[in-house]
Ligand binder design. Sequence first.
Ligand SMILES: *Cc1c(COP(=O)(O)O)cnc(C)c1O
Length: 357
Amino acid sequence: MRDNLALVRHCAGPREVIASIKANAYGLGVVGIAQALVDAGVEKLWTGNPDEAVALREAGITAQILLFGGVRPKHFPVLLAYDLQPTLFEDQSAELLAAAALAAGKRARVWVKVDAGLGRLGVPLEQAGAFIRRLASEPALELRGVYTHLPFASQDGRAWAIDRYSAFKQLTVDLAQSGVSIPVTQAWGSSGLLSGAPDSSTAVCVGHALYGLSPLTPELASRKELKPLVKSLSADIIRVDYATESTSQAGGYALSKRRRPATVAIGLGDGLRPAASGHSARVIAGGRCVPVAAFTLEHLMIDLGGENCAALFDQATIVGRVGHAEITLDDWAHWTGASPLELMMSLSGRIPVVHEE
Ligand SMILES: *Cc1c(COP(=O)(O)O)cnc(C)c1O
């Protein structure tokens, strides 16, 4: 991840790099990832979940913690107690937070999210100027920054995002001209950063690229330089059956096929996904790629084929390299129809993780 951060910093130039650690740091474990980022000099961490933000503080992380949407008035006392910086995009929350800050004798540091066209979260662009001016004049609130989100994957998406970025930029220029000071402006995540979209903001907020993933289609960028963070995933073989021989007749020739079923102790309950129809998933066992015959909640049924290539209690490699055989998260994405990020997220439940230093 440190290498990915270096690449992100290189692309960001003078812009500050804010790290997106939402969704349990994209499934990789929010405290460990946050600590590594802070150790590497990242000053602002952006998450979406107040409980994860509190967990970071309780783990002793003192960096600035920003919150995307998802904060409700019931969280305000916790935000103020733990010095967390929420995002606002409507008046009711802004008024309630100002009142809570006043009652606590504090000034709440806040961010504003603008919906520049994506249609998910944020104050609509047309109303953003007036909303931000109201916030900026509220003494119990300290406006730390204004941001938007314009993710994309393709060339067409990039053109759309750059058009929406221009409208967002105009808003920040207008606000500055009317005397509203905005310390941080931010529009691009990994897609804008990696594809070199124009930017006069002061910061970028990056997730995918830090975790070795590119959201871009190959037409827009090669992902060679990014290093994947999920390097290997393996599980024990807990049963190796006797080989059986089946013979079928095809076009007058007798075809014989040796099967040797085996069972691996990892399954759907650990976050693996079954192969989509028309695809066959594989694992490495006994140094060779072998097909997965079935997925169950706790197990994979694999077929070792004719040769007695793997023994009871050997490890099967789900992701990783053994000799010349290699299986990547991209291969699983291809077999299952899920994106590498979705796979990373779904594997993040109960599998013990070892972080390499
Ligand atoms: C998740 C998120 C990002 C980071 O996006 P990546 O594509 O993972 O780099 C940036 N900004 C906002 C508002 C986000 O929600």
